[in-house]
Design a protein around this ligand. Structure first.
Ligand code: FE2
Length: 355
C-alpha cells in the first residue's frame, strides 16, 4: 500500500512571494542560498532580495532538463567551493522546479543524475528546498518526481522519491499573470490530463481520486469561462495544479503521457504542448475527455498544432514507438499488463500519424 507524502508547508495567495525572505532567515546561518530561476526572469524584476553570498543559477528552459544538465549544475555548485547550500529556492515553471529538486537530491546523494532515474533510488534527504511556481499546471510543485531525459538511453524518467518533494512552497498567483496565453492553456491542460489519466486507470485510491476530481473541476471552470487568465481564474488554476500534483503522487498517468514523452525524446516537443498534440489523437482511449479538450481549446481560441508527424519515415516511427512503450507503468495502468498487444508498432504508428 502507498505510504503517501505531501509537501511540508505552503503559503498561498497573491503577494505570497514577499514571505520568502522570512522563510530563508532561519536557513542563512553559516551558509548560503542557491536559487534556480527560469531564464525568462533574467532581465525582469522578481522582487526577491538577494543577500551577500547567495548564488543564482538561471535555468535555460528552451529545452527540458537532461540528466547531464543536472550533473553540470551539481559541478557548478562544487566549483564554487562554498560547500553544499543551506537551501535551494526554485522559481519558474515545471522544468525549473524539477531542476531544483534533482540538484538538491544529487548534492547529498552523490553520483550522477541518471543513477536515480526510477522509483525510490534516492537514499538520503536532499538539500532543504523551496518551490515557487510561475506557471500553473505541471504539478511539479507537489509531485514526487523531477522529470529529466537521459539523452544516451532516451529514457525520460524522474527521480521518483519522497525526498524529491518540496519542503516548502510559495503559491503566488500574481506570478502567473505574464504567462503567454498559449503556454497558460497547454500547461493548465497538463493538470487536466494527469487527472483524467489517473481516474481512468487501474491503480486508484480514494484520496488520489478526490484530488483528481477537484482539480478537473477547477480546470473546467477556468477553461469554460470567458477569461481564463482573470485574477480569480489564475488563482483557481494554481490550486488545480497543486491538487493535480498531489493526485499523481498517489497514482499513475495513462496513455497520453507516454506518447507525449515519445514526442519529447524523439522530436524535442515540450511536455505540455506535447500532451495537447497527443490529446488530438486520443479519441479512442479517452472519448469524453477528448471532446471536452476540443471544446475548451476552442473556447479559449487556442489552435493546437497538427501535422507534426507528417513526412516521418519508419526509422523515426520506430524511435517514437520505443520511447513510448518503454513507459510500462502508466501504460499498464491504462490498458492492463498486456498493453503491448494493443500498442504494437502498427497501432502506435497510426496514433502518431493522427498528430
Ligand atoms: Fe504532465
Amino acid at each position: 500500500m502507498n505510504n503517501s507524502k505531501n509537501v511540508g508547508n505552503y503559503i498561498f495567495g497573491k503577494g505570497a512571494i514577499k514571505e520568502l525572505p522570512k522563510l530563508l532567515e532561519a536557513k542563512r546561518e553559516n551558509g548560503y542560498i542557491l536559487y534556480f530561476i527560469d531564464h525568462y526572469f533574467q532581465n525582469r524584476d522578481l522582487e526577491i532580495e538577494l543577500k551577500d553570498g547567495d548564488e543564482v543559477f538561471y535555468v535555460d528552459t528552451t529545452d527540458e532538463p537532461k540528466t547531464e544538465d543536472i550533473d553540470r549544475f551539481r559541478d557548478r555548485v562544487l566549483e564554487l567551493q562554498k560547500g553544499i547550500p543551506n537551501a535551494i529556492v526554485s522559481i519558474g515553471g515545471g522544468a525549473t522546479l524539477d531542476t531544483g529538486k534533482a540538484v538538491s537530491n544529487l548534492l547529498t546523494n552523490g553520483g550522477k543524475a541518471e543513477d536515480y532515474q526510477g522509483w525510490d533510488l534516492v537514499k538520503l534527504a536532499g538539500v532543504y528546498k523551496i518551490g515557487v511556481p510561475t506557471v500553473s499546471g505541471t504539478g511539479a510543485e507537489a509531485s514526487r518526481t523531477c522529470v529529466m531525459t537521459n539523452s544516451k538511453s532516451g529514457l525520460k524518467l524522474g527521480m521518483n522519491s519522497d525526498f524529491t518533494i518540496y519542503d516548502q512552497l510559495i503559491l503566488d498567483p500574481s506570478l502567473t499573470k505574464s504567462v503567454p496565453k498559449e503556454q497558460y492553456f497547454y500547461t493548465g491542460m497538463d493538470t487536466y490530463i494527469h487527472c483524467i489519466e489517473s481516474l481512468n486507470g487501474r491503480y486508484r485510491n480514494a484520496i488520489g481520486d478526490a484530488y483528481s476530481q477537484q482539480a478537473i473541476e477547477l480546470v473546467r471552470e477556468v477553461f469554460h469561462s470567458e477569461d481564463m487568465m482573470s485574477d480569480e481564474n489564475r488563482e483557481k488554476m494554481m490550486v488545480a495544479s497543486y491538487l493535480g500534483g498531489c493526485a499523481i503522487a498517489n497514482s499513475f498517468v495513462g496513455v497520453v503521457h507516454p506518447f507525449s514523452a515519445g514526442l519529447s525524446v524523439v522530436l524535442g516537443t515540450h511536455h505540455c504542448i506535447g500532451n495537447c498534440i497527443t490529446m488530438n489523437a486520443m479519441e479512442e482511449f479517452y472519448p469524453k475527455e477528448y471532446l471536452e479538450f476540443l471544446e475548451m481549446a476552442e473556447k479559449q481560441g487556442i489552435e493546437v498544432p497538427k501535422g507534426i508527424t507528417k513526412d516521418l519515415d519508419d526509422e523515426v516511427y520506430q524511435k517514437l514507438y520505443n520511447s513510448t512503450v518503454i513507459h510500462s507503468k502508466p501504460l499498464s495502468n491504462a490498458l492492463g499488463d498486456d498493453f503491448e498487444q494493443i500498442l504494437d508498432f502498427k497501432k502506435v504508428k497510426e496514433i502518431f500519424q493522427k498528430m
